[in-house]
Design a protein. Structure first.
Length: 321
């Protein structure tokens, strides 16, 4: 039994302190894993000095709203690590202006990809609806129990390194189960499996491959991690059946699959591609628009019950090399 959780709102301060300390410990685990000699408690002051490129002790203190002794202590630690340097103020010699040292600038280059992954995982772990802050904390800590903060960050960092090694391959009958399972998992997560989905996914060769369609897979080492299809529909190709395995989402694998489909369609000298979606998938719609898809009317006999938006991408053929 988690006593703090059982105390409800009255334990808010203790809960926030516990989560803060947990995040700091887990972040240190990440730094240690990648041999980054840095203390997460120094991050706010270090980041301000990095962003301002010349800032006084008082300005740092005002930005962070901490006590002067606490700010001074952090600055001294950064000086001891030789991550920052200072110059005397041109007029008021009592003031010191702090800058990153060359060592500090080198650290920024090394640690920035890690900061990006930390930010990504924090957003992923906290982007959900709740009725109160205490409920939010309950859900957040439950996620930490399921997968630690440090493990999630380390996996994300390693996946970013793998991104360029993902190969896009064409359909083989041995991958038919991957095609089915990836899409069924996605549908059950965001919607439900319609009869039309079950029919097509269970018979990809009948409805897609043998009908002049194409199916592609994203392969990481020996593992299929994503899929997408170009399915003929009334003389036009539909970009459809895109799905990425849950633990590999967030690494732009879907975008890599989509770009491959667009380039492939241009090689076929197709005039356009269409897709069907739903506006609750805000991130997906944003990406479609980013790639040039525009909204067009949904026909009355749309094959998908969940569809409330149809989009079209007009293609320009690839320029000859």
């Amino acid at each position: 039994m988690d006593t703090l959780q059982g105390l409800g709102e009255i334990s808010m301060g203790s809960r926030l302190k516990r989560i803060s300390e947990y995040l700091m410990r887990e972040t240190q685990v990440v730094y240690d894993t990648f041999n980054i000699n840095f203390d997460p408690y120094l991050f706010p002051t270090f980041k301000i000095i990095k962003n301002r490129n010349g800032v006084t002790n008082t300005e740092i203190n005002n930005c962070l709203r901490t006590t002067q002794p606490a700010t001074t202590q952090t600055i001294n630690k950064l000086l001891k690590k030789e991550l920052i340097m200072y110059k005397e103020h041109d007029i008021d010699k009592r003031k010191k202006i702090f800058y990153l040292s060359n060592t500090g600038k080198q650290l920024v280059n090394e640690v920035t990809p890690i900061w990006e992954s930390i930010e990504f995982i924090i957003k992923k772990y906290t982007s959900f609806e709740s009725q109160s802050l205490i409920e939010h904390l309950n859900i957040l800590e439950a996620q930490f129990e399921e997968k630690s903060f440090s493990k999630a960050i380390i996996e994300h960092i390693k996946m970013k390194d793998f991104k360029d090694t993902i190969n896009i391959i064409q359909y083989k009958s041995e991958y038919s189960n991957n095609f089915y399972e990836l899409n069924i998992e996605w549908l059950k997560t965001f919607f439900y499996v319609e009869p039309y989905d079950e029919e097509v996914l269970s018979n990809p060769e009948k409805y897609i491959i043998n009908n002049d369609g194409y199916i592609f897979f994203a392969k990481l080492n020996d593992t299929i991690v994503g899929t997408v299809a170009l399915m003929p529909k009334d003389g036009i190709y539909e970009l459809t059946k895109m799905a990425v395995s849950p633990k590999h989402r967030g690494y732009k694998i879907g975008q890599k699959l989509m770009q491959h489909c667009i380039d492939f369609a241009k090689e076929l000298v197709l005039d356009k591609l269409i897709l069907y979606s739903n506006t609750i998938l805000e991130n997906a719609i944003y990406i479609y628009r980013k790639y040039g898809f525009i909204e067009i009317p949904v026909e009355e006999n749309c094959p998908y019950e969940r569809c409330n938006i149809k989009m079209e991408l007009k293609l320009k053929p690839l320029k000859p090399e």
